[in-house]
Ligand binder design. Structure first.
Ligand code: SF4
Length: 698
């Protein structure tokens, strides 16, 4: 007989930044099924991950008890252990023993080697409250600002450009504004795969008359809906965008009033783009001059034009420059500050926006208050009652390098999987394995947890209550639907216990107490009360005073910079760090699949999603397959200067010949072993979207 739920709990989806609201249907502490709810971002819609990606919470491999590495067990840096044989490497421990060892070891390193010898990675999958407490623990318990999370790997360059140019790293308009735009540019993003419900709103807008321009080296489903598709050559974003701006300048399509009244620095930008005519850039970017002119005119002259972008823009050594060009395009045409216009970097994880807002980044306290700003330092010293370090901390990749150099000796990692997600993952794994002490808090024995000294079993999304901020700046309430298994505990409790081990006297009760403390230090959410969240389920920020409706569209009057004006920042062409050559003649592009999420730790333990995409695949152009003499479905080996993996070849002409696309979710073919850790100098984001490889049969 069909099981019927005995409980229905309203919550949000644990995957992407769209932030779809859903309802868990539960019986006997087990989620039976999930339904879409009428939330502001989804209005009842869910994608395949939101609808079917819940049963990982009940997977038999869930960590149920604290684990301590057995004496003498080597950290090989390689995840080869069958997770079912976990007790050969680790022994079970009580919470008291595990916390004392974890906290005591980190405390010893801090006291003997200094505060900069420790670092922490939080998680964009955790709640705002978890992110806030985690960064507070690092800043007040470790004593440094060495705290970061995977925002560094997705939109750090976009945020750097946005903060520099318009004073805010968040989106200017919600996704739903595409339905009010005349023209929508989607560049370097594949929403159908990575933000599926957002893609449905884009398609609805097209049906109602919006002209969609898709710009991407890889073809995607959205191309079928596009008015124009610009398949520019990989790594040539700046050439293409500067050429469009050249057209707008030379054909006098700029918004003079907007430039004069609301911006600074236009003259330098105009001078810079003078050297980027469409005719000169066409052979570089691969888009003919007439198409560049047509798209530039369309964008500039429409009543409302909106730009959405993804990691195809951000994950380059010139990611910040790419975003600077998009910002300049919007500013010079006045396409910002109104409904149906604006700039929208599609945020990846369900809470990457909120985790960044909450200060889970090394250079800023909550609400983007710089740690090296004496006024901000004084404010948080007063709020937290400790002396704080004014030195900005290290970022994700810099922390791995600092471990290599012996400067960092202990780490606390909550809900992140850098052994799979970091670039040059062999290097990252070796660095993690070399730590004196590594504490990992997670729900599965991830590839990172395998390298830990102590593993703290944590709670899955549906096992806790907290707030999550979606890509639209909507703060939404995720509610606990089930209890954690065995001895696993809620993350907020674990962070507090770790804080106590480090000498902090924390005693937060309900999660709302943490949220209230956040409101007191974060101007942007000061008006959002817990009661209101419980009643409404979602409130958009900025929401400064109680009773404020919140602002879905910002920059209507001025920009949140000192003089209220946005700033143009010119960009020039910088090539990828590693170009193809005779030894490594192909280009590797990494990314995600619809069915799997990031490092796969959740979705690959979800029955339906794993059945849909069970094996590691490389998407290879048929011409490249022919050159190799490989048939679709056969195994190929892909190799870069940093590592190699073997996986199944799938014929796919989305990418141009010579470029191979591989999702980064497969532990058996962890593609980040191959990627390049070269960083964008501003956002410190690695170049996941371009490195040189070779591919061979077998
Ligand atoms: Fe979840 Fe994103 Fe899918 Fe919505 S679109 S159901 S938030 S994964």
């Amino acid at each position: 007989a069909l099981d019927l739920p005995d409980k229905r709990v309203d919550s949000v989806c644990p995957y992407c930044g769209v932030g779809c609201q859903l309802t868990y249907n539960v019986k006997d502490n087990k989620i039976l099924f999930v339904e879409g709810r009428d939330g502001p971002a989804n209005h009842g819609r869910l994608c395949v991950k939101g609808r079917y990606g819940f049963d990982y919470a009940h997977h038999p491999q869930r960590l149920r008890t604290p684990l301590i590495r057995r004496e003498g067990m080597p950290k090989t840096g390689d995840f080869t252990m069958d997770p079912d044989r976990v007790l050969e490497v680790f022994r079970e421990a009580t919470w008291d023993e595990a916390l004392a060892l974890a906290g005591g070891s980190l405390k010893r390193i801090r006291d003997t080697r200094g505060k900069h010898a420790l670092a922490g990675f939080g998680s964009a999958k955790g709640s705002n409250e978890e992110a806030y407490l985690f960064q507070k623990l690092v800043r007040t318990g470790f004593g440094s600002n060495n705290v970061d999370h995977c925002t560094r790997l997705c939109h750090a360059s976009s945020v750097a450009a946005l903060l520099e140019g318009i004073g805010s790293g968040a989106v200017s308009n919600p996704v739903m504004d595409v339905t009010q735009a005349e023209v929508v540019i989607v560049i370097g993003a594949n929403p159908t795969v990575n933000h599926p419900v957002a893609a449905t709103w884009i398609k609805n807008a097209v049906r109602a008359g919006t002209k969609l321009i898709v710009c991407d080296p890889r073809r995607s489903d959205l191309e079928r809906h596009a008015h124009r598709y610009l398949q520019f050559k990989p790594d040539t974003d700046v050439a293409m965008l500067n050429a469009m701006m050249h057209v707008i300048v030379t054909e006098r399509l700029v918004d003079q009033d907007f430039i004069a009244s609301r911006t600074i620095g236009y003259e330098e930008l105009e001078k810079n783009v003078a050297g980027y005519s469409p005719e000169a850039m066409a052979p570089i970017c691969g888009i003919d001059a007439e198409t560049l002119r047509y798209v530039a005119r369309l964008y500039a002259t429409s009543k409302g034009s909106m730009i959405l972008w993804g990691m195809g823009v951000s994950q380059h050594v010139h990611g910040t420059d790419n975003a600077r060009c998009l910002i300049a395009l919007a500013l010079m045409t006045g396409q910002v500050g109104r409904p149906g216009t604006g700039l929208h970097p599609l945020r990846g994880q369900n809470n990457v926006q909120g985790a960044s807002d909450a200060g889970l980044i090394p250079m800023m306290y909550p609400d983007y208050q710089r740690v090296d700003n004496p006024a901000a330092q004084a404010k948080f010293e007063q709020a937290w009652g400790v002396k704080l370090d004014p030195k900005p901390g290290l970022t994700v990749v810099e922390i791995m390098d600092a471990i290599d150099a012996g400067a960092i000796r202990g780490m606390y990692i909550m809900g992140e999987n850098p052994a799979m997600s970091d670039p040059d993952a062999n290097h990252a794994r070796a660095a993690l394995a070399s730590l004196e002490h590594l504490v990992v808090q997670d729900i599965f024995l991830t590839e990172t947890a395998y390298l830990a000294d102590v593993i703290l079993p944590a709670s899955a999304f549906a096992e806790k209550t907290g707030t999550f901020t979606n890509t639209d700046r909507l703060v939404q309430l995720g509610r606990q639907a089930i209890d954690p298994p065995g001895e696993a505990r809620q993350d907020l409790w674990i962070i507090q216990q770790m804080a106590c081990q480090l000498g902090l006297e924390w005693n937060y009760g309900h999660v709302s107490e943490v949220f209230d403390e956040m409101r007191r230090t974060m101007h942007s959410i000061g008006g959002i009360t817990w009661d209101r969240l419980e009643r409404d389920g979602a409130v958009v920020y900025p929401c400064v005073n109680e009773g404020d409706a919140g602002q879905p569209v910002v920059f209507t009057d001025d920009f949140p910079r000192e003089d209220g004006r946005a700033r143009f920042v010119p960009a020039d062409i910088i090539p990828a760090n590693e170009r193809p050559d005779a030894d490594y003649p192909l280009v590797l592009i990494t990314g995600r699949q619809l069915e799997h999420w990031h490092t796969g730790s959740m979705t690959r333990r979800t029955a339906v999603l794993d059945a849909l995409e069970p094996d590691p695949v490389a998407l290879v152009h048929p011409l490249d397959l022919e050159r190799m003499g490989v048939k679709p479905g056969e195994v190929i080996t892909i190799e870069s200067r940093r590592g190699k993996v073997a996986l199944y070849a799938r014929a796919d002409d989305s990418s141009p010949a010579g470029a191979i696309f591989v999702p980064f979710c497969y532990y058996e073919a962890a593609i980040n072993r191959l990627t390049n850790a070269a960083l964008d100098p501003f956002g410190k984001i690695p170049e996941f979207k371009y490195c040189a490889i070779r591919a061979t049969p077998g």
